[in-house]
Design a protein around this ligand. Structure first.
Ligand SMILES: [Zn+2]
Length: 371
């Protein structure tokens, strides 16, 4: 059971609430203010952040598609997050990557050939994301534009209706702020497609981070990048290419973000998991794989690995500890508990081979601890 504290110089007001109600009671907490305005100013200036903040992060989410044919889970997808939502609901901030669109019409921008994948999830499924506690979705990926502007605008409308923030499309929403329990989380997202904000466009990355940093307490960056497939689990040095595309120099990008003020980085795109790193006391997940993709994306073997990585950070955004929660996807069902912890063990193995001299350890249950 977690407690969230607010203290003030004026009233030494202490507000505590349980983790289960923490998100919902946020607004109530902020409305608790003294009668006169001068006291209000002092409350603001005396704001004390909680000692420990919890962030839950997930990879690709595409809850089912109506294109080119209906491939939808039972019960309107309401059971997809059954095994994972306890973690995302209790976290102060829960984030993922929306690998597709939330729309009911429009025309595919990719055609309908056998190797053409366009993802169109019914707008009525948006509530499933809210019910699972998600606060932010990245749009900077290779499926956000599957139904062009129609799809992008519909997706944004659905997320707005559910109170879920988003970012990542060039010329649309570059960044977002989520406020929870008095803490402001700044969020932005980068991808490799022409319509996304690109991780290889260093000037834009630096500009967005510089804009966001003074507006938030904790700065979280999402990226979609890297080559795809079961043989692409290792994080290379330098630039990766796939299908003739530059898919990013992801170590360099993640480090650059932290050097420019980011606190936490989460990646996705390869459709398999990759290593994690703690760089200058800040946490990076290089790929969280497929998380909730019941149709349209191969989930056999390690492609079905669907971790939720839950980390605790301090009020400066520095990594304290974490846990790789192991889930495995089943076709048509979504992520289900992996009692053998094979997902955590795979990410532990990849981390041990791909991160030199790590400042942390991962055990077979997925616990991440500083050395
Ligand atoms: Zn993708």
């Amino acid at each position: 059971m977690k407690k969230i504290f607010w203290s003030t110089v004026v009233a030494m007001l202490l507000v505590a609430c349980s983790a289960g109600a923490a998100k919902g009671e946020n607004e109530k907490t902020q409305e608790t203010e003294p009668a006169d305005s001068s006291a209000t100013e002092k409350v603001e200036s005396a704001k004390v952040l909680p000692d420990t903040l919890t962030i839950a992060m997930c990879g690709d989410i595409m809850m089912g598609t109506t294109y080119p044919s209906r491939q939808l889970p039972p019960n309107d997808g309401k059971d997809l997050f059954r095994d994972t939502k306890d973690i995302t609901l209790r976290a102060d901030l829960a984030v993922g990557n929306l690998e597709g669109t939330l729309c009911d019409g429009g025309n595919s921008t990719k055609g309908s050939g056998p190797n053409s994948y366009s993802f169109r999830t019914p707008t009525s499924y948006g509530v499933n994301l809210k019910d699972a506690g998600y606060d932010f979705m990245s749009q900077a990926n290779n499926h956000a534009n599957d139904f062009g502007d129609t799809g992008i605008k519909s997706t944004e409308k659905v997320l707005d209706e559910q109170g879920i923030k988003y970012a990542g499309i060039s010329g649309r929403v570059e960044s977002a702020i989520v406020e929870r329990n008095g803490v402001k989380y700044g969020l932005c997202a980068f991808g490799h497609n022409r319509y996304t904000l690109k991780h290889k466009d260093i000037a834009t990355v630096k500009r967005i981070l510089a804009d966001l940093r003074p507006k938030c307490d904790i700065l979280v960056v999402s990226f979609h990048g890297g080559a795809e497939g079961k043989d692409k689990t290792h994080l290379p040095q330098g630039t990766e290419t796939f299908l003739g595309e530059d898919r990013g120099a992801l170590r360099d990008f993640a480090h650059l973000c932290i050097d420019n003020g980011a606190d936490v980085i989460y990646g996705h795109g390869p459709h398999v998991t990759r290593c994690v790193e703690v760089y200058k006391n800040h946490f990076i997940a290089y790929s969280l794989g497929n998380f909730c993709t019941p149709y349209g994306i191969n989930v056999s073997g390690i492609s079905g690995h669907a971790p939720v990585v839950e980390i605790q950070i301090n009020s400066k955004g520095e990594f304290l500890q974490g846990k790789i929660h192991s889930f495995i996807q089943q076709k048509g069902v979504g992520p289900r508990l992996d009692t053998t912890n094979s997902v955590a063990r795979q990410m532990k193995s990849l981390t041990e081979s791909d991160i030199k001299n790590p400042t942390f350890t991962i055990d077979n249950e997925g616990n991440i601890r500083k050395r």
